[in-house]
Design a binder for this molecule. Structure first.
Ligand code: ARG
Length: 458
């Protein structure tokens, strides 16, 4: 038999394969609450503008709440023949309230309906991402504040570069997640225009009030072009690209935690609550949460790529291709929120091993730049010459199997006769980090100033 929603011109129902490729109810039922909120706003507006009667609108609005509670209580029978959440809800509404249900779809199409539902869903996820990022940033600030002056090695090429502080390293991620937060807020503000009332693509001849439905659904204004309103999936693409960039940040941090928690580094100890054991090696404590966070960028960026490819080349206005937007966004959103929460939990619970950090901070000739700077500042050497002299001293220390501060003054003077005792003051890692007082540098005072600035923001 033909479809009860659109089957007027059809003599036969769809092939089973047609139904299987066409139906979205298996996933878009996640938008039930948004669909019902949109329909309730639409019905109230239709009554306010005199398109339907108050009593019909009343029946529709109450009936929709009944349907919503059936869905929330798991009593609702979803039907693949009814394709999607929109038609499933409307068909059930008809069973619950009868004839007035047929008036709900006046001046509306599934095209503006699905765009509205999906926007409402994505908007909630932007809000969830904002909360998740704020919580993660607060956890990082607590780590940074506690360890503002704990020294550790800073790396380039994963080779010892210059000493930094634990707080400084944590604050680097605060900056990254802070930009993610700002992207979330920007995108949310940009997407908050209502598609409802764009109808199929051209608008409607009914005297609808799009301002009224926009306000009822918390949108800032109605979208200004009906063709664009039903075709726009920028908001989903911005969600996915914002999620992708954030997932890259999460992945880089996760990678550091994996390295830092190894027996070779011992920079951090992850809590038991965020670690797992091995079924064969009794000594193991594995950073699985960090590894999974590191991996999530794969599927999140995959979703971003997938939807970009779905949207490219689609002529205006709606095409069924766009139904493929939801699974990508749902999966990316679920995994983004999970990754944020897992990272927040790990950061809150982890212990920085201050002694290991300090021991590592001094190895690998990490204060060589401080020595070269001293040669410039005190002896007046050109930096290139100072670099060369320091390089020779590093080679000497390496051949003696010691660190720079362990070289004797005679050793030093054999490379450059004017070096004095005073040089040793700059060879400690504490002196090194304390001297990096330039704005945004690693000196503990600078780190504390940034912690303070961020605390006022989040
Ligand atoms: N299930 C559809 C989707 O997710 C709803 C819109 C259908 N519109 C249409 N003209 N067939 O995109």
């Amino acid at each position: 038999s033909s479809n009860q929603m659109w089957g007027g011109r059809f003599a036969a129902g769809p092939d089973a394969i047609m139904e299987a490729i066409n139906a979205s109810i298996g996933f878009d039922q996640r938008m039930a609450a948004q669909d019902i909120a949109g329909s309730r706003a639409h019905a109230a507006m239709l009554a306010a503008t005199g398109v339907i009667t108050d009593s019909d609108a009343q029946a529709i609005r109450e009936g929709l709440l009944t349907v919503l509670s059936e869905i929330q209580n798991g009593e609702f029978q979803f039907s693949t023949a009814l394709e999607d959440i929109h038609m499933n809800v409307e068909a059930r509404l008809k069973e619950v309230i009868g004839e007035p249900a047929g008036r709900l779809h006046t001046g509306r199409s599934r095209n503006d309906q699905v765009a509205t539902d999906f926007k409402l869903w994505v908007r909630d996820q932007f809000d969830a991402a904002e909360s998740g990022l704020l919580a993660l940033i607060r956890a990082l600030l607590a780590q940074a504040e506690a360890g503002a002056d704990w020294v550790m090695p800073g790396f380039t090429h994963l080779q010892t570069a210059q000493p930094v502080t634990w707080g400084h390293h944590m604050m680097a991620y605060v900056e990254m997640f802070g930009r993610d937060l700002s992207r979330v807020r920007d995108a949310r503000a940009r997407m908050n225009e209502s598609p409802l009332g764009a109808a199929a693509l051209a608008g409607t001849s009914f005297p609808i009030d799009r301002q009224m439905t926009a306000e009822a659904l918390g949108f800032d204004r109605p979208a200004a072009n009906s063709l664009d309103a039903v075709s726009d999936r920028d908001f989903a693409l911005e969600f996915l690209s914002t999620a992708s960039i954030c997932a890259v940040h999460l992945s880089r941090f996760a990678e550091e935690l994996v390295i830092w928690s190894s027996a070779q580094f011992r920079f951090v100890t992850l809590s038991d609550r965020f670690s797992t054991g091995s079924s064969i090696m009794p000594q193991k404590k594995n950073p699985d949460a960090a590894e999974l966070i590191r991996a999530k960028v794969g599927r999140i960026y995959g979703a971003n790529t997938a939807l970009m490819m779905v949207m490219k080349g689609l002529p205006l206005a709606y095409s069924k291709d766009m139904q493929e937007d939801k699974e990508q966004v749902f999966d990316a959103a679920d995994n983004w929120m999970l990754a944020l929460a897992a990272m927040e939990g790990m950061v809150k619970d982890m212990t920085a091993n201050r002694e290991s950090l300090a021991a590592a901070a001094g190895s690998g000739f990490s204060t060589a730049t401080d020595l070269a700077d001293w040669l410039v500042r005190v002896l007046g050497l050109p930096f290139r010459d100072a670099h060369h002299v320091t390089g020779s001293l590093v080679a000497m220390a390496e051949s003696k199997g010691c660190d720079l501060p362990d070289l004797t003054l005679e050793d030093m003077q054999s490379v450059h006769a004017d070096i004095t005792d005073n040089v040793y003051s700059v060879l400690t890692v504490e002196n090194s980090v304390n001297s990096r007082q330039s704005y945004g540098g690693t000196a503990p005072d600078q780190v504390r100033a940034q912690v303070k600035r961020w605390k006022a923001l989040v």
